[in-house]
Design a protein around this ligand. Sequence first.
Ligand code: NAP
Length: 278
Amino acid sequence: MTEQPFPLAGVIGQPVAHSRSPALHGFWLKRAGIRGYYIPMEVSQADLEQAIRTLPKLGFVGVNVTIPHKERALALADVVTDRAALIGAANTLIFRRDGKIHADNTDGYGFMENLRLGAPSWRPEAGPAAVLGAGGAARAVLASLLDAGVGEIRLSNRTRARAEALRAEFGSRVRVFDWVQAGNMLEGVKLLANATSLGMTGKPELRVPLDALEQDAVVTDLVYTPLDTPLLQKARKIGCTTIDGLGMLIHQAVPAFERWFGARPEVDGETRKVLLNA
Ligand code: NAP
C-alpha cells in the first residue's frame, strides 16, 4: 500500500450525490485539524470490486458503502465484524495496512447511541418494541435491539414475507404482524421505530394509526428528511418522547472516522447544524 501524506476516505454508492457523509466527515476533519479528504464516489455494481481493490493503492484508508452495494461489499471483505455478519451488510470498510479489507456495520450502533442519548430513561427490558419495515435499516435496528436485550420485538412490513424472513433469521423474540394491522401491535410497546422510507420527502405518508400508543413510549423515526416527520409530530401530541433520525446518521459515522483518521469526533450541536445545512 502506498503511504500518502494525507489520508483519504469516502463513500461509494449509486446514486451518491444525496449523501450527507462528505459534509459530516469534512467538518470533523477540519475541526480536528487533520489534512485528510472524504470524497463521494459514484460506483456502478459492475465496477464495485475493482474500485474496492484499487482504492487502498491510491491512499484510501477506507470507505462508507451505501445503496446498492452494502451486501456485496460484505461478501468482498476478508474480515467481517460480528455485527456486520448479523446484519448481513456492510456500511463501513477499513483498508488495513496488511492489505486486508475489514467490513463493519455501524448502523445499529448509530441507532442505539441516538436512542440512548435521546431517551436516557428507556431500558431494553422495559417492554416490547415495535419496528416498522424489513429492509436494510430494519435489519440493523432488529439486530441491535435484540443484542441490547429487548425481550419482544413486534415487526410489521408491507411485504409480509420479508418480515417473516427476518423472524426466521433473528428468532422467536420477533413477532410478525400484518401491515394492515400494524396499529394493533402498538398496545403496550415502550419503543416504536420507523425503519420504512414512508414519511420521507417525496414518499407517501406513514398511515399506521397510533391510537394504541401510550405516552410512556419512545418514538424514533429513521427518516431524517424532513427532520420533524409527521410520525414524530403525532407521537409528540400523544405525549411520547420523540427522537429524530439525524442523530443515528451522525453516530453511525463516529466509529468509522475514528478507525480511519485516529481521532474520535465529538457529536454536538455544531455537527447537527452542519448536516442540516448540507
Ligand atoms: P430499504 O432496504 O429500501 O427498505 C425500505 C422499507 O420501506 C421496506 O420495509 C419497504 O417495504 C418500506 N416501504 C417502502 N415504500 C413503502 C410503501 N409505499 N408502503 C409501505 N412500506 C414501504 O431501505 P433502508 O435502507 O432500510 O432505509 C429505510 C429508511 O431508513 C430510509 O428512509 C432511509 O433513509 C432511512 N435510514 C436512515 C438512517 C439514519 O442514519 N437515520 C440509516 C439507514 C436508513 P417493502 O419490503 O414492502 O418494500
